[in-house]
Design a binder for this molecule. Structure first.
Ligand SMILES: [Zn+2]
Ligand SMILES: [Zn+2]
Length: 348
């Protein structure tokens, strides 16, 4: 099979590797589409501590082309469209047994990140991948692969949105209008909130208004905390999602949150630097500060339902689809600060 092998940062070649053999409880997927994530961009730029060579790509969708002998043939069939749970959690620890499998500490020690002497990575930038049948989610024939490649990002955002019981008429502030920010806008809107987006790029603010935001603000031309107070009659937003990687904006997020409200640190911070938080104020305002990382087994399921049933259309936040032979062009597009999700079409 062909894979996009990243020998070192900035050096990706299309290489031939043996097609993996499915174990008895596994299926073999022929991958047809894979999204380029911010993590893949960081791997490419060398802004990560993972081992090389790497095969990136954890946002992929494909078709079942082989099944191990013990795979349930009542449920799985050849040719079915599918995505898989990409968090390689242990299934055994406290976290895995309590529904926190998305933060299983063992995951950080898997070959997804480190494989000295071998190839590390999520392996989605390849023609084939094996997966445990129990990790597979079946997708509707009608949904194109490019859209199914959005399941993982959507699952991550659902994990974030599920942390807050957004109620009808709530004020929800989303900071940052990139791919993940825009998914927060769309999903919070579906939950019946008045969504406010803070985003410096005009083009993105305009798009947010089309995708469900009620109000957009430009953080470069106003004091965001003051503006949110103004819009919400002095209360603040009941729910705030910080989807930016900028530590300073975390304070803005906390200060924009209503008393007894919830603020979710969705994005990882780069570079991560601790910021001073007034914990006395957290005490007296009863604000909830939490984080959201990865998708869970359940939110992958939910993401697939949203696409299978046509309830969410990710097409407006797909910037471009490139043939994977044009990886350099696709990566150049993904690295632009104003682009949305770039998808690779994994052809022959
Ligand atoms: Zn991702
Ligand atoms: Zn675990």
């Amino acid at each position: 099979m062909k894979v996009l092998l990243m020998n070192k940062p900035g050096d990706v070649v299309l290489t031939e590797l043996p097609t993996p053999e499915p174990e008895s409880d596994e299926v073999l997927l022929r991958i047809h589409a894979a999204g380029i994530c911010v993590n893949d961009v960081r791997d490419y730029k060398g802004e990560c501590s993972f081992s090389y060579p790497r095969i990136g790509g954890h946002e992929f969708a494909g078709e079942i082309v082989r099944m191990g002998s013990k795979v349930n043939t009542d449920r799985f069939h050849m040719g079915q469209k599918a995505v898989t749970y990409v968090i390689d959690n242990c299934g055994e620890c406290y976290y895995c047994k309590n529904g926190y499998e998305n933060v299983c500490p063992d995951f950080a020690h898997t070959i997804c990140y480190q494989n000295p002497g071998g190839i590390s990575g999520f392996m989605g930038f390849a023609q084939y991948i094996t997966a445990k049948a129990s990790d597979v989610y079946l997708c509707d024939e009608c949904v194109p692969y490019e859209k199914l490649a959005m399941v993982e990002p959507i699952a991550c955002v659902l994990n974030s949105v599920n942390k807050c019981d957004i109620e009808f008429g709530d004020d929800v502030l989303v900071i940052g209008g990139g791919t993940m920010g825009m998914l927060h806008v769309m999903l919070a809107h579906m939950r019946g909130a008045r969504v406010i987006l803070s985003e410096p790029m005009k083009k993105r603010r305009e798009k947010a208004l089309e995708l469900g935001a009620s109000i957009v603000i430009d953080p470069m031309s106003c004091d965001v905390v003051k503006k949110i107070r103004e819009i919400t009659g002095g209360i603040g937003a009941r729910i705030v999602f910080d989807t930016t990687a900028v530590p300073e904006l975390a304070l803005q997020a906390i200060d924009s949150t209503a008393v007894c409200g919830t603020v979710v640190m969705f994005s990882s911070l780069h570079p991560n630097k601790p910021i001073g938080v007034d914990l006395g104020a957290i005490h007296s305002t009863q604000k909830n500060i939490t984080g959201a990382q990865n998708g869970s087994v359940k939110t992958f399921w939910q993401a697939v339902q949203l696409l299978n049933k046509g309830l969410l259309d990710p097409a407006p936040i797909i910037e471009a689809v490139y043939d994977y032979h044009d990886f350099e062009k696709a990566m150049a597009c993904a690295m632009q600060p104003d682009t949305y999700k770039v998808i690779l079409n994994i052809t022959d």
